[in-house]
Design a protein around this ligand. Structure first.
Ligand SMILES: O=c1nc[nH]c2c1ncn2[C@H]1C[C@H](O)[C@@H](COP(=O)(O)OP(=O)(O)OP(=O)(O)O)O1
Ligand SMILES: [Mg+2]
Length: 191
């Protein structure tokens, strides 16, 4: 396909790593991802779905072009899903060290990452979820990625996300799963 036939989708996020991860996938589809590096408005709520819906509507009212936003979180089984939608706040307050401390002596280290991605245009608001199951490592491993990447080991490998390249992480990640679902949906209709 010719370059000019690419569909433009705006990604609203203040997180450059989210853009990098998704852009690496978008390049394999007929989509040109445009990064709007502006903070999205995040309400406080107990579900990613609720948070991201508000973010999407507010962003669309500002920008008025087809866009996506996503909200993600780390859900730890032994902590009843904490920090979940509060992952960003918790990371800033207690960091990865704090999470490891909370799990000291805990045998159940199961956790999952979830992304809820919202797509909004003039006719619709649609959500796509992606999840990756894994476990919390006993120490910080790796310097790649962002956020909790150095303490999350996806099932099926012995590496943390912090030890993987963007392309490797995209084989497993919650964000990659949600984004691919969205891209497949996008391919099914034309505006
Ligand atoms: O793949 C991931 N690998 C490691 N950590 C991650 C990931 N995905 C989310 N996280 C952590 C980072 C942040 O502490 C919180 C999400 O917060 P979240 O509001 O979605 O992201 P953000 O504030 O960095 O960017 P944005 O401008 O899109 O809101 O969970
Ligand atoms: Mg945020």
């Amino acid at each position: 396909m010719k370059k000019e036939e690419k569909r433009e989708i705006i990604l609203v996020t203040s997180n450059e790593n989210k853009f990098k991860e998704m852009n690496s996938i978008a390049q394999n589809f007929n989509v040109s991802l445009i990064w709007f590096n502006i903070p999205k408005v995040e309400i406080q709520a107990d579900s990613l779905e609720e948070i991201v819906k508000f973010s999407a509507i507010i962003a669309y009212n500002q920008i008025n072009r087809p866009l996506i936003v996503e909200d993600s979180g780390l859900f730890i089984e032994a902590l009843n899903g904490f920090p979940g939608p509060y992952s960003n706040y918790v990371r800033r307050k207690i960091g990865m060290e704090g999470i490891i401390r909370l799990l000291e002596g805990e045998k159940n280290r199961k956790a999952y990452f979830s992304t809820v991605l919202a797509y909004v245009d003039s006719t619709q608001l649609k959500l796509f979820e992606g999840r990756v199951y894994g476990s919390i490592s006993t120490e910080i491993r790796g310097t790649k990625g962002f956020g909790y990447d150095p303490i999350f080991i996806p099932d099926g490998v012995n590496l943390t996300f912090g030890e993987m390249s963007t392309e490797e992480k995209n084989k497993y990640s919650h964000r990659a799963i949600a984004f691919r679902k969205f891209l497949e949906y996008l391919a099914t209709y034309t505006v």
